[in-house]
Design a protein around this ligand. Structure first.
Ligand code: PHE
Length: 461
């Protein structure tokens, strides 16, 4: 095994660049099309509160575990796991956890690129005025037409992959940092512009009420599980992304405050996204929803009815594309770092090969919306459904659970204390209880909750 030394020389230029990069990874489709809706549906302000509790008790401890392991191992998640397992006197098979992350990132990126491709396509469509004054039927039809057209989807998926691979191939400083320095401030500015627009749309009070009125009656056990799952996915945990990024964190950065800042930024964007989106929907008397339906049907329709809708609609899709790109970059890092180290290879070459394989895999997702839509892999899941389910509901939680267990119970105590700057016994036990017991149990609960319906349908229980 030839570990190339360049990975150990890679460092974020400052603590702030790491915060921005990690926030770029965290802020993605999950913040924009998922959080606002689940908050509104599951108790509004009450949900936001329990979500913050989940971020604090599940998200932050797992993120700290990942980053501390990355900074200690100073290499790709696979090599980091191997080194740390050795240092801790454990089996080197723990490196499999790194592999799990590499494969998960790869699977997620394959379909993330397809969906981000839709957003790119919609920048163009909205800016062109396609949806100005359009009827609900014609907006829905435009989305159906796009999904029925594999060539068009492939064109945009390819464009998105090319940009992503071009950025990551340039390396940590010239690629990742440069891109993040442009994309993240732009993302914040676009979001503020949209907030101002939405504030004046006429639906702001209703949007605010939907997201923030305390509706305790809507909070059941399920709301807790949804909040926990969201806290986990939105912070990009469980697949070694934060471990890979953690490998480049400067020695003097304080991990706990840095991670809290990242989590706060991510939450802030999720809330701002809700306040930017829902007033526009309500101003048009439309029904709120989530996911692709909200983004590619309801919102274009809503923008189409408002003054300057083409301009602000296009701004919204640029925002989504930027959020997706900074997440996509992070999805490649575990695999990219590993292959570069292991084969002493040029980063650019590895990036291109990785991009081609991921692009090919993404074709499966493209076809899942048209020619392969009825080919089922498991139960009622077609190719895309299967890859999405496997990566998000099984591989990510499994990875997250094992990562915190490893960090808390298997790593040498002095190593963790040094990384976290823990000096008192009380602090040490607080860390052990939250990160070593509460967080893995929380993830286990999400895991059981999400796979139970599938198990039931497969075995007719
Ligand atoms: N956090 C991203 C989002 O909210 C998704 C993601 C998950 C990105 C895992 C990287 C790794 O959309």
């Amino acid at each position: 095994m030839a570990i190339q030394d360049n990975s150990s020389q890679n460092r974020w230029s400052s603590r702030w660049l790491f915060v921005l990069a990690a926030a770029g990874s965290a802020v993605g489709l999950g913040n924009i099309w998922k959080f606002p809706y689940i908050a509104g549906e599951n108790g509004g302000g009450a949900f936001v509160l329990i979500y913050l509790v989940c971020i604090a008790l599940v998200g932050i401890p797992i993120m700290i575990s990942e980053v501390l392991m990355g900074r200690e191992g100073r290499s790709s998640p696979i090599h980091t796991m191997r080194t740390l397992a050795k240092k801790a006197g454990r089996s080197e098979r723990w490196a499999l956890l790194g592999w799990l992350g590499v494969i998960t990132g790869f699977l997620i990126l394959s379909y993330y690129a397809v969906i981000a491709g839709w957003a790119l396509n919609y920048v163009w469509l909205t800016a062109n005025g396609t949806f100005d004054g359009a009827s609900a039927d014609s907006v829905a039809q435009a989305f159906t037409d796009l999904q029925a057209d594999p060539l068009q989807m492939i064109a945009y998926q390819t464009a998105f992959m090319v940009v992503t691979i071009w950025i990551v191939g340039r390396g940590v400083t010239a690629g990742l940092e440069k891109a993040i320095q442009w994309f993240m401030p732009a993302l914040f500015i676009l979001l503020i512009v949209l907030l101002i627009y939405s504030f004046n749309s006429g639906g702001f009070a209703q949007g605010w009420a939907f997201m923030f009125d305390f509706k305790w009656e809507a909070v059941g056990p399920e709301a807790w599980l949804i909040a926990m799952g969201q806290a986990f996915f939105t912070l990009s945990l469980g697949m070694g992304t934060m471990m890979a990024y953690g490998a480049y964190v400067p020695e003097d950065a304080k991990l706990s405050t840095t991670v809290v800042t990242i989590a706060l930024l991510d939450t802030l964007v999720a809330i701002a996204a809700g306040l930017a989106i829902f007033p526009i929907v309500f101003a048009n008397g439309l029904e709120v929803s989530q996911g692709p339906g909200l983004t590619f049907v309801t919102l274009p329709l809503a923008f189409g009815q408002l003054p300057f809708g083409a301009l602000f609609g296009a701004i919204f899709f640029v925002l989504i594309s930027f959020a997706a790109i900074t997440s996509a970059i992070s999805l490649t890092e575990p695999a990219l770092a590993y292959l570069t180290e292991e084969y002493n290879a040029k980063r650019q070459r590895v990036a291109i090969s990785l991009g081609v394989v991921c692009w090919l895999l993404g074709l499966g997702t493209v076809f899942s919306f048209n020619i392969w839509s009825d080919i089922f892999i498991v139960g009622e899941l077609n190719f895309f459904g299967f890859v999405d389910y496997l990566s998000q509901n099984i591989m990510l939680p499994l990875g997250g659970m094992l990562i915190t267990i490893f960090a808390v119970w298997l790593l040498p105590k002095e190593m963790v204390n040094r990384q976290l700057g823990i000096s008192s016994t009380a602090m040490f036990w607080a860390w052990r209880i939250v990160a070593g017991i509460v967080a893995p149990l929380g993830v286990l609960a999400i895991f059981v909750f999400t796979i139970w319906p599938l198990v039931r349908s497969l075995f007719n229980l």
